[in-house]
Design a protein. Structure first.
Length: 114
């Protein structure tokens, strides 16, 4: 059974930091570009950052320089380090695997207070 399990969300003040983690099933992780997306009510889910199996990264313009995506292939885990958080970063953050038709985690809430 394919699983993506996120953790690390929470409430933080503006300017603070959080680190999100996503553990994936081994059989999809090693073949997947992994990504973090976010969604606020009434808006489309948007890509925040992605990382290929070779370690190449891609970031949304709004988070570049503040967020860092990384992956630990030995732990089947992808991370999103979020620094200098802003209220507009408030959203539900989802982990995604590109494997097959794509897989999603259940989401983790990030709330940044001003």
């Amino acid at each position: 059974q394919v699983q993506l399990v996120e953790s690390g969300g929470g409430l933080v003040q503006a300017g603070g930091s959080l680190r999100l983690s996503c553990v994936a099933s081994r059989r999809i992780f090693i073949f997947s570009t992994m990504g973090w997306y976010r969604q606020v009510p009434g808006k489309q889910r948007e890509l925040v950052a992605s990382i290929t199996t070779g370690g190449s990264t891609n970031y949304a313009f709004s988070v570049e320089g503040r967020f860092t995506i990384s992956r630990d292939n030995a732990k089947n885990t992808v991370y999103l380090q979020m620094n200098s958080l802003k209220p507009e970063d408030t959203a539900v953050y989802y982990c995604n695997s590109s494997y097959g038709y794509g897989y999603w985690g259940q989401g983790t809430q990030v709330t940044v207070s001003s």
